[in-house]
Design a protein around this ligand. Structure first.
Ligand code: PLP
Length: 379
């Protein structure tokens, strides 16, 4: 009898079930070689020549991310930023790109500077509105629409299927930074996107001990081949040990994300009625403007990330963050330990983030401990 295709959670737990052919080991060795033997007749029949383009330790994490995203191929990178920039470096010079106003701040800043230097033309729009996106794309000139959903750190929701249609009608590619959703909650390629990007530093690895990024393509088309050449040419590759750690982290992706989502939902509901909290930004709350869309587009939860706005302004927010004991005051997200951050301090001048906002990355601790710590800190 034919078995069902395994659920992605099964694929992740077993890292696709790859077995080392020589030894039968259920964990593959880390490949450290930077160079590979040529055949006597000068060919590279085994397919690898030099470690900047080819590292056998990338195969399994790339294959797993491809399977989880429902894509055709993936590449891992030295960081999420390296993965994202590989997309922009693969565009023709002077291309027009449309970006969200609410997005990961380092990339917003980098693309602003890159456009300012004349490498491309970038327009930033409110991507919760498909009308705003439709008005911003320039048929024939726009080569890329970049979306991020839920968007860091306001957790606004972009309609991926709607954005894909608008991008494609204009002749552009839709790339989605799906870091906050992870493949557990959203599969952008299945919804019509062309490329999905992750800061694998966050949920994919999940243990705050690897900086990594990934891109996954819906099709191995010409643009993807340019991205493959960009990774090798720009050289922002992951190390073999980091690839191994990333794969190890991905084996527990599903239980980590499922628990973080459940706890985040509880925390959001509890803080929504807290007297010291002005507003809770979390797509799992019915009052969130993107709630209905998120309920359609995300499955199994609304993510482990939320932000709160503290009554009393910036000083009150920073003071509350100073009083936590279980939560750790640190940037980053998607790890097993819960983190709290006064986001405007990190983003600096020009950030659209309100000064009273604290960003919460919910880990896998006991949710009662997390809630009690926050309630004490808020006073
Ligand atoms: C962290 C992050 C990035 C950048 O990834 P790095 O691995 O830190 O380079 C990009 N997008 C989002 C949404 C992130 O949270």
């Amino acid at each position: 009898m034919a078995r069902n295709t395994p659920h992605p959670a099964t694929l992740a737990a077993q890292a696709l079930g790859w077995i080392d052919q020589g030894t039968g080991a259920v964990v593959l060795p880390v490949h450290t070689a930077t160079t590979f033997l040529r055949d006597p007749d000068n060919q590279y029949r085994r397919g690898r020549g030099y470690g900047r383009a080819d590292n056998a330790s990338f195969d399994q994490p790339e294959a797993l991310i491809t399977a989880l995203e429902g894509g055709a191929a993936s590449l891992v990178f030295a960081s999420g930023m390296a993965a994202a920039m590989a997309v922009f470096h693969s565009l023709p010079a002077g291309a027009h790109v449309v970006m969200p106003l609410s997005m990961y701040h380092s990339l917003r800043r980098r693309i602003g500077a890159y456009a300012g230097d004349g490498h491309l033309a970038a327009d930033f729009v409110d991507m919760t509105s498909l009308d705003a996106l439709r008005a911003a794309v320039k048929p024939g000139q726009t080569k890329l629409v970049w979306a991020e959903t839920p968007s860091n750190p306001l957790w606004s929701i972009t309609d991926i299927a709607g954005a894909a249609e608008i991008a494609h009608q204009a002749g552009a590619v839709l790339a989605v930074d799906s870091t906050a959703a992870s493949p557990v909650l959203t599969r952008p390629l299945v919804l019509g996107a062309d490329i999905v990007m992750h800061s694998a530093t966050k949920y994919l690895n999940g243990h705050s001990d690897v900086i990594a990024g990934s891109l996954t393509a819906a099709r191995k088309d010409d643009f993807w081949q340019r991205i493959v050449a960009t990774r090798s040419g720009d050289g922002a590759i992951l190390g073999g040990f980091e690839a191994y750690l990333l794969l190890r982290g991905m084996r527990t992706l599903y239980p980590r994300v499922e628990r973080a989502c459940r706890s985040a939902q509880q925390i959001a509901e509890r803080l929504a009625t807290h007297p010291k909290v002005l507003e809770v930004l979390y797509p799992g709350l019915p009052g969130h403007p993107g709630h209905a869309l998120a309920a359609r587009q995300m499955q199994g939860g609304f993510g482990g990330m939320l932000s709160i706005r503290v009554k009393g302004g910036e000083g009150a927010a920073i003071a509350a963050a100073a009083r936590v004991e279980i939560w750790k005051r640190a940037t980053s997200l998607g790890g097993v330990e819960s983190l709290i951050e006064h986001r405007a301090s990190t983003e600096g001048a020009g950030s659209p983030v309100p000064p009273d906002l604290l960003r919460l990355s919910v880990g896998i601790e006991e949710p009662g401990d997390l809630i009690a710590d926050l309630e004490t800190a808020l006073g």
